[in-house]
Design a protein around this ligand. Structure first.
Ligand code: TYD
Length: 133
């Protein structure tokens, strides 16, 4: 099974343009407790480099593009997000890295939990140990 799980977000387009609606426990497979977005990322900057003990997320590149690397401790896969109609599902205990942000990239992230600094695993070796458990 692929590490990369995407959800197709229905674009409610008409002659005026497009609209995508996201609803917790419907198109998004959890209760949404937090929303944030990453934008104006400086050229050549990569972000992420951490996993979470207990946090599910869905990432949507609303404008522009970026490249996601996901790693579950056994394999590493990547996907380029460049569509406002595609959500990338990131499960618990998944190491993520984001690279190659386009200048105009706006990366919207929906999260299943409130921000919790203590939930981050920022050390890759610690991540590998946590995965084995
Ligand atoms: P960080 O998690 O380091 O970003 P990245 O996705 O690159 O790993 O977050 C950057 C800063 O923002 C850091 O100081 C923590 C803060 N932050 C919050 O306060 N709330 C949040 O929901 C998030 C995601 C980050």
């Amino acid at each position: 099974v692929s590490l990369i799980k995407t959800i197709s977000l229905k674009s409610l387009g008409d002659e005026r343009g497009s609209l995508v609606a996201l609803e917790g426990n419907k198109s998004v497979p959890f209760d949404i407790k937090r929303v944030y977005y990453i934008f104006a990322t400086k050229e050549g900057v990569s972000r992420g480099f951490h996993a979470h003990q207990n946090l599910k997320q869905v990432a949507v590149c609303v404008t522009g593009s970026c490249r996601f690397v996901l790693d579950n401790g056994k394999s590493r896969e990547e996907i380029i997000l460049d569509s406002a109609a595609t959500g990338l599902v990131i499960e618990d205990l998944t190491w993520r890295e984001m690279h190659d942000f386009s200048q105009d990239c706006v990366l919207l992230v929906l999260a299943s939990e409130h921000y919790d600094k203590a939930d981050y695993i920022r050390d890759y070796q610690k991540f590998l140990k946590a995965v084995v458990k």
